[in-house]
Design a protein around this ligand. Sequence first.
Ligand code: AMP
Length: 193
Amino acid sequence: MSLNLFIIGASGCGKSTQAKKIAEKYNLSHFSTGQLLRDEIASQSQLGLDAKSYIDQGQLVPDDIVFAILVQNLQKVDNRDFIIDGFPRLLNQGQYIEKYLANKGQPLDLIIHLDVTVEEIQKRRADRGDDFQDANRTDNTPEAIASRQKFYDDNNGPIMDYFQAKSKLFRVDGNRPVEPIFDDIVVAIDKLK
Ligand code: AMP
């Protein structure tokens, strides 16, 4: 049986930390669309060059670029047993991947929504004393952070509604330490089996 998961949430909500723990526990490939895009930029590929200005401004990278990079990487793992971190960010992306997986005979098992308040995200940033946990990122400016938050606020509702209606959504309170959040996610994943 395959296990095909997605984790989404506002920028700075801690989704990468949870995604890594989930990948380790369930032996899944972990893909972060943000990291895959940063890798493309580092390798100076055409896709990376096309994506860079969007990322630096905290805007969403156009779907055709994101889909191309995601599909390249999913194919490497036979389109199964993965957790994708930071995707879908638009309802259209969710519908695209749903269709893509269906064509491959693969289920979309669960979208995990890590729900963290803006106040908590700001508090964590302030506690860390920097804008973002990864110093290699070029999109740490206050403007880019605000832009990411706005894209999230504008687009998250329709994604939630769509997958909730299909019973594919698990919403977890992310305003807590890492371990209790992870424990709740594990209970939800184990119910899929
Ligand atoms: P992240 O590492 O998840 O914070 O993503 C960093 C940046 O990569 C975002 O601000 C977007 O510019 C871009 N990005 C990541 N995932 C997506 C996605 N699913 N759709 C569009 N752009 C994305």
